[in-house]
Design a protein around this ligand. Structure first.
Ligand code: NAD
Length: 565
């Protein structure tokens, strides 16, 4: 890979210098190595940088001030995104320092919602390459193409085929913003080393006619390939990863349902992989419910649960709750499934409905007559939990929310659809219509609500609580696979991190500002489980906590010396 001798780019042991092979502007042009104005006098001499940077040697804190000054000057969120992307492409350590220290403000820029707008505009705002593009034209060549990536050690790959980007649909190759953004959160929130992450866009065409007609679109100018060819290329990709980076965890991201479930089911037992839209969402929602159970002093196995929406998020969440119930009560999977009722755009998901069921719904289909509206399903089922994952805003009406009060003193109402406009109801509505009794969480953030002198803090079921910790843990111990039991453990670990004070404000999630501590704690739990179950590919360290902590990236500049040859 030619840039450093012996060791990887980032500082592992801060006292030991990193031996750099390249010189001069090559160093400045390598974002993983670049320190810009922070190169010391010695480094400038050693690496041939004299004259290439302004005379003053500054520290990273001063650089952060300069970055924030420029960032705050931008008023348009997309311009902020472009600015941060340029910093990412110029100086990764500084980028992660800024992102880590301003995570609450910047996550909505580098990830949802602003990354959505950035993806829509991708071909227009494109500046510089990052990550890898594998297209349908590369069939038969993927393994060779992977040699073009100059890192031999990769821990986490996030791959999307751009077919279902956030709530925005098929964005083809423009979807690359998602793997890049997600990996930025892995580094900032989970402490994965930047040089060990790899975003990949699998370009199998797009059926988005607007993009195909856009002269600046950067993807393949063709419609999506058919399923046989599609699964062949996915298979070639997986095999090529196993050969080039056998330790890497593959995270499937933003694939349409018809491909997401088959891909996950095909590879989950064979390779280290997971799907965040299905399993990560499942675990974060389960964690919120476990928080709700702590608040109500009840058990999951005592609940009756309606899902409004029956897509990948719904089934992912339900599968994870089933795993939770089985773990918690010893109930069989089949019995646990009987606690669920799903509603899709046709109404209650039933066995003998008017249309054939998609595979992922079959396990939850009821042997009951079809009821075509939510209110009547609630009256029939008498649920204690209502989860909205329909992508349909304002569907939990006052009548529906009030009806929930008939079946539980503290009904759990999760309105998880994104963005805010698609939320099934607002936090304010849920608290107002239940006189503050609802245990509410949402997919998009809502401000705290003040009612009758009390403050209610709605939890946000953000996947970021779960995936960085799971990915970090699974990759550090080199797990052979990621199991649902690991996600259950992650959910439980997260729920246990909610403080009594947070519970008293009716929040079911901990403060996102503690994300690095949360990720570290989850990673430890995942490692312990992998070692206990014989799924780890490394020897068990004596102190797993210390092992995880020591292996988390910190955005601090290493000290460089010139390699002797
Ligand atoms: P999806 O397209 O796979 O599923 C949507 C489901 O809603 C489908 O089953 C569809 O039949 C159903 N639906 C559509 N219109 C309906 C209607 N009028 N009445 C009842 N059901 C209807 O989408 P998904 O990936 O499952 O995501 C669904 C929503 O969940 C999105 O808004 C997404 O933003 C949100 N989500 C939230 C989180 C989170 O909070 N962490 C994570 C993932 C997804």
């Amino acid at each position: 890979m030619g840039m450093v001798k012996k060791r990887r780019y980032q500082m592992e042991t801060p006292d030991e210098p990193l031996e750099v092979i390249i010189r001069g502007s090559d160093v400045l042009n390598e974002p993983l190595l670049n320190k810009g104005t922070a190169f010391t006098e010695e480094e400038r001499k050693e690496l041939g940088l004299q004259g290439l940077v302004p005379p003053k040697v500054v520290d990273i804190e001063e650089q952060v001030i300069r970055v924030l000054e420029n960032y705050q000057r931008k008023t348009d969120p997309l311009e902020k995104f472009i600015f941060l992307t340029s910093l990412h492409d110029r100086n990764e350590t500084l980028y992660y320092k800024v992102l880590t220290e301003n995570l609450m403000e910047m996550t909505p820029i580098v990830y949802t919602p602003v990354v959505g707008a950035a993806c829509q505009q991708f071909g227009h705002i494109y500046r510089k390459n990052r990550g890898m593009y594998i297209s349908a034209k590369d069939k038969g060549q993927i393994r060779n193409i992977f040699d073009n990536w100059n890192q031999d050690e990769i821990d986490i790959i996030v791959i999307s085929d751009g077919s279902r980007i956030l709530g925005l649909g098929d964005l083809g190759a423009n979807g690359m913003g998602i793997p890049i953004g997600k990996l930025a959160l892995y580094v900032a929130g989970g402490g994965v080393y930047p040089c060990k992450t790899l975003p990949i866009l699998l370009d199998t065409g797009t059926n988005n006619e607007e993009l195909l007609a856009d002269p600046l679109y950067l993807g393949l100018n063709q419609h999506r390939i058919d399923d046989d060819e599609y699964y062949e290329i996915v298979d070639e990709f997986v095999n090529a990863v196993q050969d080039r980076w056998p330790k890497a965890l593959i995270q499937w991201e933003d694939f349409t349902n018809d491909h997401a479930f088959p891909i996950l089911n095909k590879y989950r037992e064979k390779v280290l992989c997971f799907n965040d839209d299905i399993q990560g969402t499942g675990a974060v929602a389960l964690s919120g419910l476990l928080g709700g159970m702590r608040m109500k002093q009840e058990k999951l196995s005592e609940q009756r649960i309606i899902f409004y929406g029956a897509g990948s998020a719904a089934v992912g969440i339900a599968d994870m709750i089933v795993a939770g119930i089985v773990e918690e009560s010893g109930m069989s999977e089949a019995d646990a499934r009987k606690l669920f009722w799903f509603i899709d755009s046709q109404g209650l998901v039933v066995k003998n409905g008017p249309r054939p069921l998609q595979d992922h719904k079959v396990a939850y289909a009821r042997d009951e007559p079809l009821i075509d509206n939510l209110l009547d399903v609630i009256k029939a089922v008498k649920p204690t939990i209502l989860v909205g994952v329909s992508g349909q805003g304002q569907t939990f009406t006052q009548e529906i929310v009030k009806e929930m009060m008939n079946y539980s003193k503290q009904p759990i109402i999760f309105a998880l659809s994104n963005p805010t406009s698609k939320s099934e109801c607002t936090a304010q509505e849920a608290y107002k219509w239940t006189k503050g009794k609802a245990i509410f969480a949402s997919g998009s953030p809502f401000d705290p609500v003040r009612m009758k002198g009390k403050i209610f803090v709605p939890g946000q079921g953000n996947n970021m609580f779960i995936f960085p910790g799971v990915g970090l843990g699974a990759s550090l111990c080199q797990a052979t696979k990621v199991t649902d039991a690991m996600f259950y453990r992650a959910a439980k670990t997260l729920a246990e991190m909610v403080t009594e004070e947070e519970l008293s404000l009716r929040t079911v999630y901990p403060d996102l500002r503690k994300i690095r501590k949360i990720s570290q704690t989850i990673a430890v739990a995942i490692c312990e489980m992998a070692f206990d179950e014989g799924l780890a590919r490394i020897e068990r360290p004596e102190d797993i906590k210390a092992f995880v902590k020591e292996n988390m990236f910190q955005p601090v500049y290493p000290r460089y010396v010139a390699a002797s040859e």
